[in-house]
Design a binder for this molecule. Structure first.
Ligand code: GUN
Ligand code: FE
Length: 465
């Protein structure tokens, strides 16, 4: 849908909601956001009328108008800071496993099967369409070790118009022989090929960017990590990996890297602990490790659904935030069972409340805070904070049109609940409460349209601007 679309100057009319800060949402009831032919936000008007906008904004008289419908609002596109595109067929399939046996039982066999390009095409088309339908406008993807399949994922994201960081998985040990890098030079060469492919299809990185992806410390020898750290330093390409997810994994890292002080030090020694590194999980870090992460300005992806599903633990998000560490949300499909960042926002709230039951009320995350992590926080994690995450002049229009449905009337209620809406709005709710109803009860049925850089990349049948 996206690749061939011409963008015309458009004014998005109606309520909009976005984060002002970690604690504060801006809810504007009469908004008008002008988006130019390059997909950039040219103006943001508050408390205005459509007529006033057209009269006051020079050169916008012939602009297209897109109006909010059915108790809706515009919201920034979600940012998934950690998702394994290759594992999407296993979403929901994990039994009672924990990380290390889950990898061997479920994950490596599935990822290995994506050496077959028709299988990879099927999986990647599905996961990109599905995440777009849930409002994910940017995703930081793990693919597999395979170069052609990884490049195909980049092609598919570009064609469908989803902003993506695309990572070829590097691993030279502790996986089946059929699924690993043959040598360190091979791993580096293959990674360079994927970086080059991303540059060839999107030279300015406007939609697609590569990401250097050592799977996690146990999958890579110290020399392999060092080689990837060198590549990271040489190219300035972003990097992503996992850290301190599960206790047996941490023990394994201790045994495999006896020269390192702790897990974080393994990446630091390799030159990978930088401001352009995304660390997924960070559940069991010591204070010394958090201090080092803060000092290096390294980013963290919080993956609450996965941490619960694989019983890895409850990440101390409040403490990490209080320390000033930058955090976003990750679905971590298929350690996580859902491709939805809205669901992750909810899960992050739940996990924080379980922590509050034992550690005190300050652990609780608010609706405002998790929506910040899902948008502006995520943007900072993936290095796109100048482009996306909120509705500011100069940023690009990565947005979702949320519709909460028509105010329920007696007729609909009498006819039985056959609604295509997932929440019921009665009409008397405050705007704050409407947003809360969406966060706690909403899903992809409420996401009626999605844009990336001004391009319409997903719409449902209800979209009628
Ligand atoms: N650690 C190493 N590989 C993986 C993975 O695929 N998923 C998760 N959640 N953790 C990992
Ligand atoms: Fe993961």
């Amino acid at each position: 849908m996206a690749a061939s679309q011409q963008i015309s100057k458009t004014i998005y009319l109606g309520p909009f909601v976005h984060s002002k800060s970690l604690q504060e949402l801006e809810i504007c009831k009469n908004g008008a956001i002008g988006v130019d032919e390059n997909g950039k936000i040219a103006f943001v008007e508050r408390d205005t009328t459509p007529l006033n906008v057209l009269e006051q904004q020079q050169g916008w008289k012939d602009a297209k108008i897109v109006r909010i419908q059915d108790n809706g609002f515009f919201f920034p596109g979600f940012i998934d800071t950690h998702i394994h595109a290759s594992q999407y067929p296993n979403a929901g399939i994990f039994g009672k496993s924990t990380l290390l046996d889950w990898l061997n039982t479920y994950t490596f066999p599935l990822e290995g099967s994506l050496s077959d390009l028709p299988i990879a095409r099927k999986v990647y088309n599905r996961v990109v369409s599905r995440t777009l339908s849930h409002g994910t406008t940017t995703a930081s993807y793990y693919a597999t070790v395979h170069v052609p399949a990884t490049n195909l994922l980049a092609d598919i994201c570009l064609a469908k118009g989803q902003r993506a960081l695309v990572g070829r998985v590097c691993m030279n040990q502790m996986s089946p022989e059929y699924y690993r890098d043959e040598s360190i030079p091979e791993a580096v060469k293959a990674s360079r090929e994927c970086i080059a492919h991303c540059s060839s299809i999107d030279p300015t990185g406007s939609i697609i960017r590569p990401v250097i992806t050592p799977r996690f410390a146990p999958s890579c020898s110290a020399d392999c990590l060092r080689a990837l750290g060198d590549l990271h330093q040489e190219t300035s390409v972003y990097a992503q990996t996992h850290i301190s997810e599960n206790k047996p994994e941490i023990q394994l890292v201790k045994e495999l890297f006896p020269e390192s002080k702790h897990y974080t030090d393994v990446y630091d020694r390799a030159g990978l602990l930088t401001g352009k590194m995304i660390l997924a999980h960070a559940v069991h870090l010591s204070q010394e490790e958090r201090d080092l992460i803060k000092q290096r300005e390294t980013k963290i992806s919080h993956c609450p659904a996965s941490n619960t599903a694989l019983t890895s633990g409850c990440a101390p998000v409040r403490e990490l935030l209080d320390q000033g560490i930058t955090i976003g949300l990750g679905t971590d499909v298929s350690g996580g069972f859902s491709p939805s960042i809205l669901e992750m926002a909810r899960q992050a709230i739940w996990v924080s409340r379980y922590r509050a039951m034992t550690d005190g009320d300050q652990a609780k995350l608010s609706t405002e805070e998790v929506l910040y992590l899902a948008t502006r926080g995520g943007a900072e994690v993936v290095g796109l904070e100048d482009k996306v995450g909120g509705f500011d002049v100069g940023k690009e229009w990565d947005a979702q049109m949320i519709s909460l449905g028509e105010v329920d009337d007696e007729g609909a209620a009498a006819a039985g609940v056959e609604s295509i809406d997932s929440v019921d709005v009665f009409g008397w709710e405050s705007w704050e409460n409407r947003v809360a109803k969406w966060v706690y009860g909403g899903d992809d049925r409420n996401t009626v349209a999605v844009w990336v850089k001004g391009r319409l990349v997903h719409k449902t049948e209800r979209y009628s601007p």
